[in-house]
Design a protein around this ligand. Structure first.
Ligand code: SF4
Length: 593
């Protein structure tokens, strides 16, 4: 494996993944051998392996089952299904069976929210799980049937495209966008004139980003520039990039090639989230075909000097790598910790070189603009949000799936189209996004009103919005990279408060506590994950306060756990059971006067 990657330390992630795929796990000896082979400190290799959820340095069983645990999976009954599976396998969640055959655990959202409950077995997705399907999977595991021999229908991932517009309904053939380009400067002007903005959620002007990158001077022999496609969509409830890559990979790669043409890049990298490992072979086949058709490689379309190629890198289960600088760190073979900005990636990105990092949908849209023109594109959408937006719709509706709309569509229109009734709330833009109540359903999906990367989760009036927020808070604890204290500690404190309220020990004091933590998260965290981690609690507290209030059973402060009970072990050890060896709030109060 090391030789295949030319012993290049920047390829550490791919090396770890490929070795783990062969050996099932990364033993201490394996990590040492990798460190020696790459001439890296062992601590560095261990640090990277320990950072990502999908690498494991202890055996996890021949079959590693991970249940997707997004709120939409919960709503579809994943907890009962996982309990059923564990019972049949005589396992507890998180455990490995004694014979090392199987482990069962949960993972964050797997991007299959439109066809859940979903799970991964050895990182391959299984969708639409039912009790019957769980029983069959248990049988297959017990009989040690290789995954390739499991029924193919278990692994079907549908595209579920329900509404097409300019992008998903495009009639382009591979190469059309490239043949329409007249020169890098003209192409840049077209992207600027189109008003295209980043589809990952932040909405930065794509034309400006490419212009900064094009004007930045690289270092080294070739002054390299890079194009990076961010396909690490990990935001709970988002799965539109999965569908774009599955159904329109050519258009995405073509958009990367357009970007390379404008900024002068020779190399492009797709950072594909680990949960979409199943798409890797298919994407590589599309790339191979494009090389054969002279749409990638040397002298693209016979144009001397227009050289560009693309490689797909796989992530390994870390939501934070959707943040562009964390993604670059990961691409370089490091832990996915966000960098300080400035410098921005456009001047100092991959390997310190000018890099345009764009979302999958942004790049596909850029190809569309190259082929059809800026004016046509600008005529779609609203004044400040040109073009269309692809939404991933899941939750309480009759027709979950992918819906593409011109920007400016109202939330109520979306709800009507997907067959949502009695809707209590929509969570738009994922766990870190915005939770809106029915009074706001006239609002529009657009940068000037509700911007979104594409996640659109629906909750009808049978749902408990406190539990929705609690699920999201747990997600952020799992996904905080741990680099900065406000987020590392703050997300855990917020989780503790939510769990305390859930367990019936909460009062008004705890609501205030949550609000203080949210403020610290927002103002003191290093990156967007921490800054937005409290949004779900802030929104639900404001708009769905009764779901909290019915749990606020305590008038005065009460600890989250029974301290007196926790001391019982020590009483046993010391042989004491006198009043002084007990802790009661009343006792503490009388002591303090
Ligand atoms: Fe990491 Fe959270 Fe700090 Fe971002 S805010 S750097 S995710 S610890």
């Amino acid at each position: 494996v090391l030789s295949r990657h030319q012993r290049d330390a920047t390829r550490l992630m791919q090396i770890l993944r490929e070795i783990q795929e062969e050996l099932d796990w990364l033993s201490p000896q394996t990590l040492t051998a990798i460190a020696e082979g790459l001439k890296l400190p062992r601590a560095k290799v261990e640090g990277v392996a320990g950072f990502y959820h999908f690498f494991h340095s202890e055996p996890k069983g021949r079959y590693r089952v991970l249940w997707s645990d997004n709120i939409t999976d919960r709503m579809l009954g994943n907890a009962d299904l996982m309990a059923r599976m564990c019972k049949k396998l005589w396992l507890r969640p998180g455990e490995v069976s004694e014979d090392q055959l199987v482990s069962v655990d949960t993972t964050s959202c797997t991007g299959m929210c439109d066809q859940g409950p979903a799970m991964l077995v050895n990182y391959r997705p299984l969708t639409r799980m039912t009790p019957e399907r769980v029983d069959k999977v248990v049988d297959l595991i017990r009989h040690k049937v290789p995954l390739d021999e499991w029924p193919a229908e278990y692994f079907v991932v549908e595209d579920n495209i329900r509404r097409k517009d300019a992008l998903l309904g495009n009639d382009l053939a591979p190469g059309d966008a490239l043949r329409a380009m007249r020169g890098p400067a003209e192409m840049l002007e077209a992207i600027k004139a189109s008003g295209l903005r980043g589809r990952g959620g932040a909405g930065f002007s794509t034309g400006q980003k490419w212009e900064f990158c094009r004007n930045a001077v690289g270092t080294g022999a070739h002054g390299a520039h890079y194009v990076v496609c961010n396909a690490d969509e990990g935001e709970p409830g988002t799965f539109k990039d999965r569908v774009l890559l599955s159904a329109h990979a050519d258009l995405v790669f073509e958009g990367m090639t357009v970007a390379a043409y404008v900024i002068g890049a020779k190399k492009g990298l797709v950072y594909l989230r680990g949960e979409y490992r199943y798409l890797l072979d298919k994407l590589n086949a599309v790339l191979e075909k494009r090389r054969a058709d002279k749409l990638l490689g040397k002298s693209i379309l016979g144009q001397t000097g227009f050289d560009f190629d693309i490689e797909v890198h796989l992530g390994a289960g870390a939501y934070i790598c959707g943040e562009e600088t964390a993604l670059l760190e990961s691409l370089e073979g490091h832990r996915g910790v966000p960098r300080k900005r400035p410098p921005f990636p456009v001047t100092s990105g991959y390997l310190g070189q000018p890099t345009a990092v764009n979302n999958v949908e942004t790049l596909a849209s850029a190809a569309l603009i190259a082929a059809k023109g800026a004016a046509w594109y600008k005529s779609i959408g609203t004044a400040k949000s040109s073009g269309t937006k692809v939404l991933s719709i899941s939750g309480d509706c009759a027709r979950p799936g992918i819906y593409e709309y011109p920007y400016g569509v109202t939330v109520s229109q979306v709800l009507a189209d997907c067959g949502a009734i009695d809707t209590q709330a929509c969570q738009i833009a994922g766990a870190s996004g915005l939770c809106i109540a029915p009074g706001e359903f006239g609002r529009r999906i657009a940068f000037e009103d509700i911007p979104t990367g594409g996640s659109f989760m629906i909750f009808d009036n049978t749902r408990d919005m406190f539990e929705v927020a609690r699920n999201f808070v747990h997600f952020f604890v799992d996904e905080s990279c741990g680099f900065c204290t406000p987020c590392r500690v703050g997300t855990t404190l917020l989780k503790n408060v939510m769990d305390k309220i859930h367990d019936g020990h909460g009062g008004e004091y705890d609501i205030g506590d949550a609000q203080r933590v949210i403020k610290t998260l927002k103002t003191a965290s290093h990156c967007g994950l921490g800054q937005t981690a409290g949004n779900c609690v802030a929104d639900t507290l404001q708009k769905f306060r009764p779901s909290y209030e019915l749990r606020l059973t305590v008038r005065e402060f009460e600890p989250a756990f029974d301290l007196d009970k926790a001391l019982s072990k020590m009483r046993e050890v010391t042989g004491r059971d006198d009043p002084g060896a007990h802790f009661h709030i009343a006792h503490r109060k009388s002591k303090s006067g």
